[in-house]
Every structure is written in C-alpha cells, then in structure tokens.
Design a protein. Structure first.
Length: 342
C-alpha cells in the first residue's frame, strides 16, 4: 500500500537524517529502490560525469532512468545542512544539461521542480515534509514509483499545478477582488439604492485567501494572529514562512511578465538591481499605467496574513528590497533578464 511505503520512507529518513552525506545518499538510493527502481538494471545512476566545456564537469548525485532515456535528476543535501539557494542552482544546472523537465532536491524534505520552454526559471511544484500523514507524500509515491511511473502523467501533473498557481494568484489578487465587488453591486441593485450598497460595502472586507500559503503560515505561528495583519512582533518562524512563500511565488511571477505584481516588481528591479534603494514616488510614477497600483504594492510590501508575498521594505519615500529575500530576488531577476535577452 502507498501509505505503508510512505511511512517506511519517513522512518528511513528519521533514522538517517543526522548521517554523513555519503550515508544519506546511500539511504536515498535505498528509498528509490523501495519505490521499484533498480541499481542492478542500471535505473539508478550515481555521480555521472557531465562534461560542460573543456575544463568543467558536473556530477549529479542521482539520475533515475531506463535503458533509453533519463527521467529525472536528484540533488541531495544532508537534512541538517541549511537550505540555500545555491542548492537549487546546482539542481537547475543538472536539469538543463540533461534536458530534463523534472528535478528533485532532497534534504529535510522533498522539493520537486519543473521547467519547460514556457518557464524562465524552474518552479517548485511539490514541497513534501517527511511526516506520515502527508497527502503530498502519497502523491509522491504514486508519481515516482517505478510501477506507476509515467513521464507524460508526471509532466501533466506539473503543468496542472503551474496553472493552479496562476489561478490562485489571480483569484486572490486585487484585480479579482475588484471584479467581485462589481458583481456584488450589480446583484444588490434590484434590492437596494446605490447609497445603501456603498454604505454596506464600506463595512465589509472581501478577501479570498490562498489556503496553501495560509496553512504554511499557520503551521509556524504560535500565537493568535489578527485576521488582517501580522503584528509587529513577527516571530522568526513567521518570517521563515514568508520567505518560503516569496521563494515559491517570485519565479512564477517572472514567468508571467504581464501580471500586475510582476510588472511592479520588474519596474522596481530596473532601479534596485544596481541600487540599494529607490524613491517610492519615482516607482509610483513609473507604474502609472498599472491599474490599482497601490493595493497591489501594499500586498508586496507588508507581511500580511493574505498578501502576494513581501518583497519590498518601505520607509517613508525610501524603497528597498526586503533584506531576507534581496539576493534571491536579484538572482531570479538576473535569470529572467538573461532569458529575455537570449
């Protein structure tokens, strides 16, 4: 049963999470053998040398394949080692050199990334904790077991997830909120006057929330949160949750350059990529063609319960990138510009 297999994987991770990197790699190989892939049949290949130019080579930790083709690549880091952006960059290099759509980063959890010709940067599709009651864990077993593995099914799953992220961002955006308000007004006009409708709406806050982000935030919070905004005493766990959200969302934004929050970020990065700060008034003037700029900007500059993701820090007229994600955003923007120029 999938449940038993996932529980066994969680157990193997638990007893080996403090092991050396070599032992951890052997255990991950063992995990994929339990998923049906065979070293004997050369379906699990470790440390393949990939030549990149005359003096450089890459060595992915694990490649899962059959005799004819590679299916996906796996980068490993010990669970006790801090997760850093360079870990993802290594994985993305392997994916591109091997021309693979899917790559896995395994350390304290399993992260599944997807990239195709429509993605300027790979997108995190799954983020799976090693806990026994994880529905994502069961989905992982279904998608990556040898017996049930189908590359087309895996890619379709990833593509549907990408589309669902786009849909979630749109539905929870200020633009969509405006559409809902207009629908409510039209629906009420047969029953109430315009003045009554206006007074009623002034006392109602309409919000659609992304449950994915909400659940991640709730898991890390230890005290009651105001339904509108997290108070000033942000805990380190709440900050980590916000950083994780930004790192999930910004690559998706940059794959949709016409999206409102993406337009704001790209315009800001024209200044902030080479400068520490920029005048907010200058950015506001530069975004004069962006509808509902202020509402969307506010959701990018505050650590709210239901926001786009905090990427900016504003102090009076001085605007900077939020320090915990500054280098990440610059790295993603640089990749975006390189893809545009190429």
């Amino acid at each position: 049963m999938m449940e038993d297999k996932w529980k066994e994987i969680c157990y193997l991770f638990k007893i080996n999470k403090a092991s050396s990197e070599d032992i951890f790699q052997k255990e991950v190989v063992n995990i994929f053998e339990k998923l049906g892939w065979s070293r004997f049949n050369n379906e699990i290949e470790e440390k393949r040398t990939i030549d990149v130019g005359a003096a450089k080579s890459l060595k992915p930790d694990i490649i899962i394949k059959n005799h004819q083709k590679d299916f996906f690549v796996i980068e490993l880091k010990r669970p006790t080692v801090n997760y850093i952006e360079r870990n993802k960059s290594q994985l993305f290099s392997y994916m591109r050199q091997l021309k693979l759509n899917v790559g896995l980063l395994v350390n304290d959890r399993i992260r599944v990334f997807y990239e195709d010709i429509n993605c300027r940067v790979p997108i995190e599709i799954m983020n799976i904790e090693f806990v026994e009651n994880s529905n994502d864990g069961l989905q992982f077993i279904k998608l990556f077991s040898r017996k049930t593995f189908n590359q087309d099914v895996l890619i379709t799953y990833c593509l549907n997830h990408l589309l669902s992220f786009d849909a979630m961002d749109y539905i929870t955006s200020e633009d969509y909120k405006f559409k809902i308000i207009e629908f409510v007004k039209n629906d009420l006009r047969n029953m109430f006057s315009e003045d009554v409708i206006k007074m009623a709406l002034n006392n109602i806050d309409i919000n659609l929330q992304n449950v994915l982000d909400t659940n991640r935030k709730v898991k890390t919070e230890t005290s009651t949160i105001d339904s509108t905004i997290v108070k000033d005493n942000i805990t380190s766990n709440q900050e980590e949750s916000e950083i994780e959200k930004v790192k999930r969302k910004v690559p998706m934004w940059l794959n949709k350059p016409n999206q409102t929050n993406t337009r704001i970020l790209i315009k800001a990065m024209e200044y902030l990529n080479t400068n520490d700060d920029v005048s907010f008034k200058l950015l506001e003037m530069s975004c004069s063609d962006v509808e509902r700029f202020k509402g969307n900007f506010d959701q990018m500059a505050n650590m709210r319960y239901k926001n786009h993701g905090k990427v900016f820090e504003k102090n009076g007229d001085i605007l900077k990138l939020w320090e915990p994600v500054r280098e990440f955003i610059k790295e993603q923007y640089s990749t975006f510009r390189n893809e545009i120029n190429n």
